[in-house]
Write a protein that binds this ligand. Structure first.
Ligand code: EPZ
Length: 419
């Protein structure tokens, strides 16, 4: 089992480049199955989840030619419509392959997706199944696999009773090849959804309304190939900004879109966190007193749940009391136990709310990363803590942050990756 060894309180600073958005790339790759033409993807992040996603393309019979951060995918001849369990169990986003295979091949089989421990129970997929059924798919469950079949998908009206990012993206993609018009209501509005729609429209799809709560898709017979560049990862951007604020350092964050984390920047202004910004860069500046500020996670453009855990670490260093209210996922606040062990003053009011009293000094501990974002939050806590921290289960971190140890060392961190 690999782990990180971190010696905290090293002076940090310098410059860090943001990678391509994981949660966009994980949709563009499955979307390649909608077309029998080759597609070329630039700025693909080099992370475990992307490797798993490309392995699924290969397991289906697709061709993948991966250079450094560019990838060519060709799915003209698919050999099977079964998504392999050993890959689906490691990747929640494996469910993004279901719609395109069903739309292209008329059938698909897949196991319940694994890979992410947060969220109600085993991360429900009821919205996906209801959506596919509304397109006319027959669904049965046997031998641990869902089996979906539909000669021809027909456009449908579907209302999301829970706002779901991947649910919105999955049904939007599938509707591209469904006959007739599809109206999706109460959709998620993340920037990655807009980018995905723009990409599909550039290939001949007819999608309007992405980025609003109502998306309309007029089905087409087929779409072409093309080239696509993955936009910067807004969660990496926000995470590095929060690390800089907590470690009171000057850090230039390049190749990012600060507009995609407006909610965090507006909170920084209220807290006295100093920064300067341009269209594609963000310069964090040392801040003396950071005032505590309560947040409630919310679908975009509200405070993103994926920045909740690094924000909670910052609140342990802020002056005063704050409430962090995690409204999207169960269990996404459980990692605060480890912050408490490191010296933070955190009271859990209920599974969705904690009160943090700061500032408190943190000291290093042995930790285990429960999920991707909590794992990165622990790295952040370890970097500002006194002494040595060991973090186990770092697969959960390397799923989403490419070469994170090297990149943090480049800004002054004392972090080693050991087997
Ligand atoms: C996406 O997950 C992201 N993952 C998550 O990022 C992110 O935290 C989340 O959106 C919210 O922003 C990817 O894009 C690959 P949801 P997603 O469906 O789409 C419930 C990370 O760290 N729900 O919007 O799976 C669900 O339980 C990951 O990069 C149903 O009830 O999240 C949750 O409570 C973590 N039924 C709520 O909806 C369903 O069928 C929102 O989940 C689907 C979801």
């Amino acid at each position: 089992m690999s782990k990180f060894i971190i010696n905290g309180r090293q002076p940090l600073g310098g410059q860090i480049k943001v990678g391509g958005a994981k949660n966009l790339a994980l949709k563009i790759i499955p979307a390649s199955l909608l077309s029998d033409q080759p597609i070329i993807i630039d700025n693909l992040p080099d992370i475990e989840d992307i490797k798993r996603s490309l392995e699924i393309i290969k397991s289906l019979g697709g061709l993948v030619d991966r250079q450094t951060d560019q990838c060519r995918i060709q799915t003209k001849n698919l050999a099977t419509t079964i998504i392999p369990a050993e890959l689906a169990n490691k990747l929640r986003a494996s469910i993004m392959f279901v719609g395109p295979i069903l739309a292209r091949m008329g059938q698909v089989s897949f196991p319940h997706p694994g890979g992410c421990v947060i969220g109600a129970g085993t991360r429900p997929i009821d919205l996906f199944l209801e959506g596919f059924r509304s397109f006319g798919a027959q669904i049965e469950f046997a031998d641990g696999y869902y089996h979906l079949a539909a000669k021809q998908l027909s456009g449908a009206n579907y209302f999301f009773t829970t706002i779901s990012v991947t649910g919105t993206e999955a049904l939007m993609m599938t509707a591209v090849l469904a006959a007739g018009q599809t109206v999706l209501e109460n959709c998620a509005m993340e920037p990655e959804i807009v980018a995905l729609a723009d990409y599909l429209n550039s290939q001949g799809a007819d999608i309007s309304g992405a980025g609003t709560s109502t998306i309309i898709v007029n089905g087409v017979q087929s779409i072409g190939g093309g080239a696509f560049t993955v936009m910067p990862d807004r969660i990496e951007t926000g995470t590095f900004a929060l690390l800089a604020a907590a470690s009171r350092c000057e850090l230039l964050i390049t190749d990012c879109f600060p507009d995609h984390i407006s909610v965090l920047l507006n909170i920084f202004r209220k807290q006295g966190v100093n920064f300067e910004r341009g269209d594609n860069w963000l310069k964090m500046l040392p801040s003396k007193n950071i005032t505590a500020y309560s947040i409630k996670t919310h679908e975009y453009p509200g405070f993103p749940t994926d920045l909740q855990s690094p924000y909670t670490v910052l609140m342990t260093q802020a002056q005063g009391s704050s409430i962090v209210h995690e409204t999207i996922y169960d269990r996404r606040l459980l990692f605060t136990d480890m912050l408490t062990q490191m010296g933070a003053n955190i009271i859990m009011c209920d599974p969705h709310r904690v009160v943090i009293n700061g500032p408190t000094p943190l000291h290093g501990r042995k930790l285990t990363s429960p999920d991707l974002r909590a794992g990165m939050a622990m790295v952040m806590a370890a970097l500002i803590a006194e002494g040595k921290t060991e973090i186990d289960n770092i697969y959960q971190i390397e799923r989403g942050y490419q070469q994170i140890a090297e990149r943090l060392r480049a800004i002054g961190a004392d972090i080693e990756r050991v087997e």
